[in-house]
Structure formats: C-alpha cells, structure tokens
Design a protein around this ligand. Sequence first.
Ligand SMILES: Nc1ncnc2c1ncn2[C@@H]1O[C@H](COP(=O)(O)OP(=O)(O)OP(=O)(O)O)[C@@H](O)[C@H]1O
Ligand SMILES: [Mg+2]
Length: 329
Amino acid sequence: MTALLTVSDLQVGFQDRGRIMRAVDGVSLSVDRGRTLGVVGESGCGKSVTSLAIMGLVPQPPGVIQGGEITFDGKNLLALPPKEMRALRGGRIGMIFQEPMTSLNPVYTCGEQINETLRAHGMSAPDKARARAIELLDLVGLPSPAKRIDDYPHQLSGGQRQRVMIAIALANDPDLLIADEPTTALDVTIQAQILQLMKDLQNRTGMAILLVTHDLGVVAETCDDVVVMYAGLVVERASTASLYSDPQHPYTIGLMAAVPRITAKAERLDTIDGTLPPPWVQIPGCRFAPRCPLATDKCRAEQPPMREITPGHQVACWFAPIDERITTP
Ligand SMILES: Nc1ncnc2c1ncn2[C@@H]1O[C@H](COP(=O)(O)OP(=O)(O)OP(=O)(O)O)[C@@H](O)[C@H]1O
Ligand SMILES: [Mg+2]
C-alpha cells in the first residue's frame, strides 16, 4: 500500500540579507490513511515549516523550496497549479494552525468562518451550509452549537475556539489533517479532550493525521509512528512503541530524559546541554555533535546517514544501535 502523504528529502530555505538559511534540510516522512504520525523536536527545528510546505503555504519570498518531493494521493504537490492546491487545502487536506487565538478572524462569527470553508469547496446553499456548520460544531463537542454558531471568537474560551478550528479543518471531510501544536495553548484537561476528539474522528472517518508537537506525552498517547527532527533534519523514525522502548538517537534519549516523571523523591530534570544551532551555522558532521555526550571526531566530520536498526526503526547516528547501558541512566 502506498502512503497517502509522502515527503522525500524536502529542503526549504529563507532568504536573509543575501544568503539563504536552510530551515528544513532533507526531511522525509510518510503517513498512511487511518494513522497518526507525530513530528517532534525542539523549537526552531523546522516542524512548522515542513507542515506549511506540505500545504503550499511557505511564504515565497522570503521562503524558497530548494528541493525534494511532496506526494499526496499520487499527486506531486510541489508541481500542482495554485488553483488545484487551493482546492486541496481546506478540502482533502484540513489543517489546524499553531496559534488558535490568532487563526480565527475576530470580526466574523464562528458560523461565518465555517461557511467560508464550505462555500470555498462548493457548498453554496446558505441553509445547507448552516445546518452543516451546526453539525460540525456538535461533532467537535461545542455545547449548544445552534446558539454558539453566531458567537464571535472572543465570546468563546480557548478550548472552545480550538474546537471551532477543528470544525473548520474537518468541514470538508479531509483525508489528511495537519495539526501543528493543536493543544499547546490549552490546559491539560482540555488538551486531553481535544486529542481524544481527534482520535474519535479519525476512527470514524479513517483520515490520516500529521501531528506536530514538542510534547512527548502527547505523542505517546496519540501517535502510531514518530519522526524526531533536529536542526532541519529527521534524526530518528520509528513506531511510537519502538521509539519509547528503545530510543536510539542521543537527542531522542535526551528528549525523553527531559520529560518530568512522578517519583517518590524530588529529582532534578535532565536537560540537553546547549541549544539548537541557528540555521545559518554550517555544521559539517552530525548536527547534534556539539551537544552530544558521545560525539567523536568522526561525528564532527561526517554526517551520519539514516540506517535501519530494527525493522521500521531508523536512526541517523554513527553509534546506533546504542548500548543499553547508555539508554538506561
Ligand atoms: N517566514 C520566515 N522567514 C524567515 N525564517 C523563517 C520563517 N519561518 C520560519 N523561519 C525559520 O525556520 C526555522 C524553523 O522554524 P519552524 O517554525 O519550522 O520551527 P518549529 O520547529 O515549528 O518551532 P516551534 O516548536 O517553536 O513551533 C527557524 O529558524 C525559523 O526562524
Ligand atoms: Mg512551529
């Protein structure tokens, strides 16, 4: 079976005072129908730029797609005429953006914003569109949808606004939902409800979900597979079960160690020393080497290729498979 969405060796740069900074530097990933792929990595590693590129929304200029392929249901999205791309966006590909507070337009009611999407994709009869908008608001668990449909965004709570965003994303029954940090701005109980809602909808419709997050707890609960990004690259790719039971890249291991655990005695949280290199800094070998406790001269000189360690589990580290003594602190 071919995947619904395949991204191969995607490279995206941004022009900045005469030079091009590589924000995404060879990202490959794929998502199957009915599955959820998590994309994790620390702030600035290129998660949002990757999802914007899939939707054809990288601002150009300053952005430049410098290479790679994006295939959705057999179509090469990078070569698609703008009109067809617009039809896909909000149609077969739904999206939820990182900032729910700013992604809804404050001067239109929720109903008007859902109608806008429905109208753009062919539902022109106003009464039909209104009925569908109420149905969608009900589906995403907004209380009294027939009343709230005429509310403006500021009349809703953050969690309710996020539900409206999901309703807009789902308006045209997408095959793929791209959700960029859909719950980051919400408190944990609302976060759990929204993630559960996405799962339920997926079970009903069989849509594929690309879930961008920096939260490994969210990944553990919702994703089937995960890619870990570091400085514009994928450094590890695995099923969620395999990644959690047997993380291989020192960066992934560091991320996991930085997740708080409840223990009887107070523990200091492990952190990964150093920071992500800015995109204009050229690092010849492994990009994580300057922060890696295992790095050798080889790591600093040569970029490790992605290698399969166990079936379906790939990692870009010269040390993998990493010894168990290192993975269990
Ligand atoms: N419009 C833009 N112009 C210039 N540089 C950009 C633009 N958008 C993103 N970048 C740069 O691309 C890199 C990757 O950014 P991106 O937003 O994808 O990070 P992210 O992984 O989504 O981080 P976060 O977790 O904070 O959302 C960053 O260095 C960022 O500064
Ligand atoms: Mg982002």
